[in-house]
Ligand binder design. Sequence first.
Ligand code: NAP
Length: 252
Amino acid sequence: MRHKRIALITGANQGVGLQVAKELVANGVTVLVGSRDSTRGEAAAKEIGAGAIALQLDVTDQASITAAAERIRGEFGRLDLLVNNAAISNTRRRAAESAEDYAKSTHPSVVSLNEVRAVWETNVFGVVAVTQAMLPLLRESSDARIVNVSSAVGSLTLNADPAFQYRAIFSPVYSASKTALNAMTLALMIELESTAIKVNLVSPGYTKTNLNGYRGTESVEEGSREVVRVALLGPDGPAGTFTQWENETIPW
Ligand code: NAP
């Protein structure tokens, strides 16, 4: 029998992360509910119930990341599953601004580099920093997996196709941050393929969450389904995949 697994999900206080946390706990996993805001993390852990433990973790704050890793080492001595889920889509879209106007402001010819840097800080460098801090704990596990949550909108292959439906919104801010995340993930997959640590890349469906102003077409339950499936893969489950739905691979 597999031992009770210990998982960390970043940005698990709402949206896809919260849904994944709920389903992992329902499957017997002990889940550290990462949240940059302690109060929101505590509320989410309480909502999930026994098996969920709030963990303050801001992926852009090295001190917070280091403290989280030290706490996990002290309490559990290892980590079996890391779900790098936390992300932002923008920092400056004003409530009054339409999605179209914001999209225009992110065209490469005019985009604010501060906006690019801020989004990449969370979506790309935050993932690298958290992964580096958690790898020593994952190496203590006999059945370790890292699941990075990306998006089909970051696929260069899809965006190079004039027929791709989200091509018009391919921008240096969010979409390209996911392209960069895909590249970082591929580099990690290559580094770890000779070890026991498995790495997968996954995209939720287009899900109604705060990230897109609740304009997504899928419920959180449905949109999170593939993230949950991959996070629950057993020791014989594959590594190196990039999927959106079961058996539906996303081209890099
Ligand atoms: P969401 O509801 O906005 O949740 C994002 C989570 O990330 C929140 O808990 C947020 O915390 C957290 N977060 C943001 N910055 C953080 C930081 N610096 N440190 C720690 N946590 C931070 O968005 P979502 O839709 O669930 O997104 C989850 C993942 O799915 C993301 O990687 C996103 O890119 C990906 N995705 C989503 C969709 C979709 O349609 N929704 C599609 C494809 C991919 P706060 O609550 O404090 O803001």
